[in-house]
Design a protein around this ligand. Sequence first.
Ligand code: FRU
Length: 482
Amino acid sequence: MNSLHFAPRRNWTNDPNGLVFHKGRYHLYFQHNPIGIDHRNMSWGHASSPDLVHWEEHPVAIEFDEAEEIFSGSIVVDAENTSGLGTVADPALIAIYTSEARDRDHEAQSLAFSLDDGMTWTKYAGNPVLDRSSAHFRDPKVIRWEGREESYWVMLAVEAEDRQVLFYRSDDLLTWTHLSSFGPQGAVGGVWECPDLFPLRVEGTDETHWVLLVSLNPGGIAGGSGTQYFVGDFDGRVFTPHERFPEVLPDDEAGMRSLDWLDYGRDCYAGVSFAGLPEDRRTLIAWMSNWDYARVFPVDPERPARGRFTLPRRLSLVAGDARPRLRQTPVAPAVREVARFEDLEVSTPVSIPTPVGQRVELAVALRDTAGFSIRLEGDEDRALEISYDVAAQQLSCDRRGSSAGFPEGFASVQRMPVAADSELSLTLWLDESSVEIYAEGGARVLTDLVGVLRAPTMRVASGSGSGSGAMIRRLIISEVAE
Ligand code: FRU
């Protein structure tokens, strides 16, 4: 398998939309231009999967028209038929999306419903259902609030330029009243987009906290598009973070590092989670690109396509030094072990041929070394280097060696704080054109697109320093089995 990641066959793609698990299938809708390679004519494309690994692409679900483009949003199953658009026996799926007016600067929230389990959609005749006469009010995420006394729908949507998440309530999905607003707070170097809110348990405890995800562009930790998160409480009306952050701009490096980031790479944006799954299976998918260069990304003229998605990731919380942190565990294809090394001294670099779609599990003893690096070298002199600096407790992902032919700004080095005492463990998922790096058991993640890496050889080397070299406790290379 050359790619671990689902990508629509043709045309332009950005954010995942309306993620929902329904009747045994995972549905992934997405921002899509059905007729072109550019970010225009936004509609919802559609794919579904029985297992989050094998995807089938379906016809476009909700299409643009002369009046509006269909911007990002979410889907709920209206099990009690609160909207009256389905029946209790055969509940409607309701998509809540942003109507992006074509003739003026105006964004409002609208509905479409499906009576055939998500395959075909009808726009609601009373659209829009929530309009505050704004040009930047978008990306509705609707969740069901199950309080002790009452249950109702809650919508989160951003007032993008104000760096605010607005909360609304509804009993029928058709009429909405304002509950509260959150922000600006934390990273504010760009517009806020694509919010999500869900409860998560701290692993190994009975404690549950609410996590608010906020994507922002630009102003992310790696430059351009990025996603911050806030851990706090939600009482059905107001989200209150456990810690109040000051507003931080990208040039304040220490401030940026003090915030909580979903991902430290360049290419993980607009990630949101599935509706319809139990809380202990909360699963996120993100767009694997960055607005810094997505619009000018090179395409294969034979098969013009732009945009794909990260591996789906199960989410949990883990206790951290100061506060709970998100842990991400990828849902990935089955693999077959192809090489295993144990207790390997790397005083001189070691070279290992590797498959294209692969998982690399690595554990390195750090006692006698300043660090180590893994360099993946493909054909045409392309290379990707992942290295760890013990003194700085920092992992770097350098894709400059694989950036020839890519847009300006693509050649870059991403850095992620990774704490390690005597041993560092990493899991990498690599395919021909991307890497996902999971460190600290998934509590630190870095996702980057890379230039094409065909037939990669892996070179493992010790960092410079006085020690005798890094000791590889374990290096297991597995290829994707299908
Ligand atoms: C995020 C975003 C959303 C918007 C959509 C338009 O990447 O800008 O805010 O709804 O993309 O395609």
